[in-house]
Design a protein around this ligand. Structure first.
Ligand code: AMP
Length: 296
């Protein structure tokens, strides 16, 4: 694996087909699952590591964001990554970008309305990575389901010649979705954070017993986790992120909540199949502690 800091060096290092995994670093098994999928499907796996100031709507969140580039490099190398592209801010934004990518519609609700400017920052940096690196495919986690919908729309609308691949959510043993921010949770908040996945599990149980009403599913989340004050709980269409009255198409039930010092998001995805059966995207649970806590 080579570590490069400029777009030009990252392009020069690539051979054959390129799978890109965009990240903000502080790797955990969720990131590694995207790298492994890209490794299976491409000659060159390029991982970008850039904590993108443009997508943080709170300066304190940007400052507190966990970072450990040496550990990240070791983990990426072990995962079979070929090129780790870690640009400084001066490479990504040599001057303040006057061109910004604004995706409308898909960004109207949830993370879009809770975090003003967030998706503009995401779409702008993702478009720069696509334009500057020219990957054949880009890998994103369904943990950020609305972000995945935004990226799919951006790629279609701007005709980027690449495939967008969505990958399952990786969870800790007790159900908490892996996030680099989890390391900022103290013991009591770590326990409270389980309310997000517990609430979603309650909604999944209702779906499995035949419930399809959007409001009923949303309310089940709050009832199962009364100690969490959710910023939003919404059943939305997978492609448009429009709210759904009924679970009658590909969709996800998304939640966000502030727990102690961090804001956490999670979701579960549904796909209606034959005969009214709804397939719940199972994701993957670790069977031991995450490498977020001490592993390497
Ligand atoms: P981040 O470094 O948080 O920007 O995440 C980089 C990529 O990893 C994004 O596509 C995320 O959706 C994905 N990701 C983050 N957490 C998980 C997880 N628990 N499971 C699967 N993918 C994840």
């Amino acid at each position: 694996m080579i570590v490069v800091h400029t777009f030009a060096d990252a392009r020069r290092a690539a051979r054959g087909s390129v799978g890109l995994v965009p990240t903000m670093g502080f790797f955990h098994e969720g990131h590694l699952s995207l790298m492994e999928r890209a490794r299976d499907e491409h000659d060159t796996v390029t991982v970008s590591l850039f904590v993108n100031p443009l997508q943080f709507n709170e300066a304190s969140d940007l400052e507190a964001y966990p970072r450990n580039p040496d550990r990240d490099a070791a983990l990426a190398e072990a995962a079979g990554v070929d090129v780790l592209f870690a640009p400084p801010v001066s490479e990504m934004y040599p001057v303040e970008p006057l061109t910004r990518v604004v995706v409308t519609g898909v960004t109207a609700r949830m993370e879009g309305s809770s975090r003003p400017g967030h998706f503009e920052g995401v779409a702008t940096v993702v478009a720069k990575l696509f334009a500057g690196l020219g990957p054949d495919a880009a890998y994103f986690g369904r943990k950020d389901a609305q972000q995945l919908a935004v990226v799919r729309r951006l790629v279609a609308d701007l005709s980027f010649p690449l495939r967008v691949v969505g990958c399952p959510i990786v969870r800790e043993r007790d159900g908490l979705a892996l996030s680099s921010r989890n390391v900022l949770l103290g013991a009591a908040d770590r326990e409270r954070a389980l309310g997000l996945s517990r609430g979603l599990a309650a909604a999944v149980a209702l779906v499995e017993s035949g419930a399809r009403d959007g409001t009923v599913l949303e309310q089940a989340v709050g009832r199962a986790s009364p100690d969490v004050s959710f910023e939003y709980v919404e059943l939305v269409a997978a492609d448009t992120a429009d709210r759904l009255e009924r679970l009658d198409r590909n969709s996800f039930l998304a939640v966000a909540a502030r727990v102690g010092p961090v804001r956490l998001i999670d979701n579960v995805a549904f796909e209606p199949g034959e005969g009214g059966v709804v397939v719940v995207e199972p994701g993957r649970r670790l069977d031991g502690p995450s490498l977020l806590y001490g592993g390497l």
